[in-house]
Design a protein around this ligand. Structure first.
Ligand SMILES: Nc1ncnc2c1ncn2[C@@H]1O[C@H](COP(=O)(O)OP(=O)(O)OP(=O)(O)O)[C@@H](O)[C@H]1O
Ligand SMILES: [Mg+2]
Length: 438
């Protein structure tokens, strides 16, 4: 849609500070922005299979080609999101938090679209610095989006705001996945264990290709995230009534995935469960019942059921469980969000904000994942932002999975997380295209 064809979008765009005017081909009165040009370009979705295969045999031409994909893909994707925001009603765009997000996106768009074609490793190094800076700057996006959506709750229908939030978050994941994957591939390429002159660089036994962990083991992720949630409660709560976490079923289930995304989802679910059980058993002499995790592997999926006996979800919360505008708890959420200046959603994001260090391929990844997981999930348990479940669902759905909760009132909660076994031949780029095309 052209800017001057819609009075509403035109009104919105006028409020935004960074519009451009055409210099030559259009009549002088018609505002034309670079966004107009970029928004005409289609997004080129990428599958986990493509991400992995691309990085398996890492050569200089491949790295350069990856850089150029990111170089053109980022401004395209940002242009589409800028256009989404431009088309919001004026009162919504005028919200200071959403304006800030718009400005950050515009700045990133302007910076990315003028990067010249990457032809050498030196060009790529410079480009990687731009990417890192962009990722760092955008850590304020999530809390600002959340506050914007909460503050606009009476200005636009809640389901429309949720749709916007979901689209922006999904798009954010997709941009970060491609940027972070390229940074990780560049680091692998530059690392001491990578030999650019070797003809045989395809290490079929490698555990990681860029950010993709080829051997995600459901049981280990549950145990690691569970321990983090328990340790946090041990540190911050007076109570010693911390529930145990057990894992049963197909405990050998292994699949390729972006580990930090899986850790985020499972971490949030376990955190909710541990908190619910502890609240219910506070002051009780009985030991708290364990949180039981069942892993079920099928040819296409890995399904995890997390069952707790924390009393279930309060009835008045249920309608708002997946919403970013949190019904009766809106005010508290806003106050809590105000205390979080920047928020990294996943471990990768934190990794970018602290320079990576390499000791050896596996050990570096291990120490990074352990270290950042600890930082991320150590946010105080009472600082509840109401983002855990809706964000987890966005992450689960991004890789063609799903997340559902069943609350048994007065008894407990069963959370079902379905993971698609990606990266194998079943992953259709066309299926993922709709998900990634944001
Ligand atoms: N397993 C559970 N048992 C009981 N209540 C739950 C459970 N999981 C979620 N809830 C309820 O649903 C609410 C929303 O959960 P969600 O994870 O989205 O946000 P939060 O935990 O309040 O905040 P955040 O996760 O952002 O710190 C929780 O505040 C809690 O009341
Ligand atoms: Mg939570």
């Amino acid at each position: 849609m052209r800017l001057n064809s819609s009075p509403r979008s035109w009104k919105s765009i006028q409020s935004l500070p960074t519009r451009l005017y055409s210099r030559s081909h259009s009549p002088p009165w018609r505002p034309v922005s670079a966004v107009d040009e970029w928004v005409e370009r289609a997004i080129r979705p990428i599958s986990l299979r493509q991400l992995t295969f691309f990085g398996r045999t890492l050569t200089e031409p491949r790295l350069i080609s990856s850089a150029n994909y990111v170089r053109t893909e980022l401004p395209t994707r940002l242009a589409h999101r800028l256009r989404d925001i431009q088309q919001l009603p004026y009162v919504v765009v005028a919200n200071p938090h959403l304006t800030l997000v718009y400005q950050l996106y515009y700045k990133a768009f302007e910076k990315a679209r003028v990067v010249p074609e990457i032809k050498s490793l030196e060009d790529n190094d410079r480009f990687c610095e731009i990417l890192k800076e962009m990722l760092r700057e955008h850590l304020v996006v999530i809390p600002n989006l959340a506050m914007g959506v909460l503050e606009c709750r009476n200005l636009a229908p809640a389901d429309e705001m949720d749709r916007l939030m979901n689209t922006l978050l999904r798009a954010r994941i997709s941009r970060r996945v491609i940027a972070e994957q390229h940074l990780a591939l560049t680091e692998t390429f530059n690392s001491p264990w990578h030999f650019p002159d070797s003809h045989d660089r395809t290490d079929m036994n490698a555990d990681f290709v860029g950010e993709v962990f080829l051997k995600c083991k459901a049981k280990e992720v549950v145990e690691r995230c569970g321990k983090v949630a328990q340790d946090l409660m041990r540190k911050t709560s007076e109570s010693t009534q911390i529930p145990a976490i057990t894992v049963q079923g197909h405990t050998d289930a292994t699949f390729p995935y972006i580990l930090s995304h899986l850790e985020y989802i499972i971490g949030e679910l376990l955190r909710n469960s541990v908190q619910a059980v502890m609240e219910k058993y506070q002051g009780s002499t009985q030991p708290p019942p364990p949180i039981q995790v069942l892993v079920c592997e099928t040819p296409q999926h890995v399904i995890m059921r997390i069952s707790d006996q924390g009393g279930g979800i309060p009835r008045e919360i249920l309608p708002y469980l997946w919403s970013f505008s949190k019904g009766p708890r809106t005010q508290t959420r806003l106050e809590n969000l105000g205390r979080v200046p920047a928020m990294a959603a996943t471990m990768q994001e934190l990794q970018v904000s602290h320079e990576r260090k390499y000791a050896g391929q596996n050990s570096s990844f291990l120490s990074y994942h352990e270290g950042s997981l600890d930082t991320l999930t150590s946010r105080p348990p009472d600082l509840r932002l109401g983002m855990g479940l809706p964000m987890s669902r966005v992450y689960a759905e991004y890789w063609a999975g799903s997340l559902e909760l069943h609350s048994l009132e007065g008894y407990g909660v069963d959370a079902f997380l379905q993971i698609s076994k990606l990266g194998n031949k079943n992953e259709q780029v066309t299926t993922r295209a709709a998900i990634d095309a944001v």
